[in-house]
Design a protein around this ligand. Structure first.
Ligand SMILES: Nc1nc2c(ncn2[C@@H]2O[C@H](COP(=O)(O)OP(=O)(O)OP(=O)(O)O)[C@@H](O)[C@H]2O)c(=O)[nH]1
Ligand SMILES: [Mg+2]
Length: 402
């Protein structure tokens, strides 16, 4: 799938930088992107995007120093400079793309305020679907971050065609700070979406027997709302001595398609039989179950998902149509809706991996928590306004009649 990425703010910029690095590593040209920030220094840290595609906005207002977690300013700057942003996107080229993906951390200022504004304009101007990959903050990052995220997210779900959420708190380890986990978290994000978005591509094995092309992804995300992604990877596949998957040295160590699934490729181990059809199928079903029941990008009640997409990636010798079909049926039995799409993606790897996209989910505890927090904050504001109004009225001054 040809994706135009836009990284908004620091988290978004780092993610897009990594998506482009992955694309390059795969020898693919499906991904392109620009990054936008109000902080000059954050733009300097980007590695895979040329300077002309790094956009500094809000210079008159914040002088290149960032908006300091103020997402109202973030939104204002984006709205004021939307023409500059759209020109930068057009300069990079959009005629052959399948979708826009806007990446941002929703707890800060720039990406949090700017991404809903951007999504609204992208939808207005272009025909391609506009998705957001939104990172939500851990509670330990503070109440302001959570409030920013709640506010941004509730706008974003109306502006983007779908918001796929990644929850920082679900992914950092105990005792680890969110900051020190960023790099690892970003790899997890990029691996999942990278495998998913590259799925329909022709690899050295051709395309899959059951290709997942961009329209399958687009149709899965069509319901809007919030979505979550699961992922699981197998143990290293035992290799045959001759003619097995990674028979040539270049294949196993090329670092092109190998490595995309997330583990270091090992050298072949001789004298092991390739699994039978039954085994392959069982293994695939097991992986898909694990990916859905394990840690999702946004922990949620998967039984409330309206649609799903199942993707099985691995060397062709391990892929199995029956296994994919059975997995799809299993997912269908376990989600609210009946639309489950899926297929395979042959890659040069010593592992098999499953990605499950759970689209338009009805319930996620962390989202509920964010929305309740936002509601409380709003009530507090109303109350404090009432209090100040009463106090002033008691003093004989009614601000409404001033
Ligand atoms: N997963 C992940 N989260 C990040 C990363 N960098 C920042 N975040 C989170 O994203 C949220 C917003 O942070 P930033 O992206 O730094 O904010 P910004 O959009 O640049 O906005 P300002 O700096 O306030 O102008 C916070 O909750 C951060 O914890 C990252 O590299 N990975
Ligand atoms: Mg920043």
């Amino acid at each position: 799938m040809r994706v135009f990425f836009i990284g908004f703010g620091q988290a978004g910029g780092k993610l897009v930088d990594m998506f482009l690095a992955q694309d390059r590593k795969l020898g693919s040209t499906s991904f392109r992107g620009i990054v936008i920030n109000t902080a000059r220094t954050d733009l300097m840290g980007i590695k895979n995007i040329p300077m002309e595609d790094r956009l500094l906005i809000g210079q008159t207002m914040v002088k290149g120093h960032g908006v300091g977690t103020d997402n109202v300013t973030g939104a204002k700057v984006a709205a004021d400079e939307i023409d500059t942003i759209i020109s930068a996107i057009d300069r990079r080229g959009t005629h052959d793309i399948d979708a826009f993906v806007v990446c941002a951390g929703l707890g800060g200022g720039t990406g949090s305020g700017g991404s809903p504004v951007l999504c609204r304009h992208l939808k207005r101007i272009y025909r391609e679907p506009v998705y957001a990959v939104g990172v939500i903050p851990a509670p330990e990052e503070g109440r302001l971050y959570s409030l920013n995220a709640a506010r941004s997210l509730s706008t974003l779900v109306n502006e983007a065609d779908n918001v796929i959420v990644f929850d920082n708190s679900a992914w950092k380890n105990d005792g680890e700070s969110v900051k020190s986990a960023y790099e690892r978290l970003n790899e997890e994000i990029v691996r999942r979406f990278g495998v998913l978005f590259h799925a329909g591509e022709v690899s050295k094995y051709g395309v899959g027997e059951m290709v997942v092309d961009s329209s399958e992804i687009i149709n899965t995300l069509r319901g809007g709302g919030i979505s979550s992604v699961g992922y699981a990877i197998s143990e290293a596949i035992p290799m045959t001595k001759s003619g097995g998957k990674s028979s040539s040295k270049k294949d196993s160590n090329s670092g092109l398609l190998s490595g995309i699934l997330g583990k270091k490729e090992k050298k072949a181990e001789p004298h092991v039989d390739i699994a039978s059809g039954e085994d392959k199928s069982a293994k695939i079903i097991g992986l898909v179950r694990r990916s859905m029941l394990g840690r999702l990008t946004l922990p949620c009640d998967y039984s409330t998902a309206e649609r799903a997409l199942v993707l099985v990636a691995g060397p062709p010798s391990e892929l199995d149509r029956k296994g994919v079909e059975k997995s799809k049926s299993w997912v269908e039995e376990n989600i609210a809706g009946v639309e489950v799409r899926g297929g395979d993606y042959p890659v040069d790897s010593g592992y098999v991996a499953a990605v499950v996209l759970l689209a338009t989910i009805g319930d996620a505890p962390r989202i509920r928590e964010l929305m309740e927090l936002a509601k409380e904050a709003k009530e507090e504001v109303v109350k404090s306004r009432e209090r100040s109004h009463t106090a002033m009225f008691e003093d004989g001054v009614d601000p409404l009649f001033e």
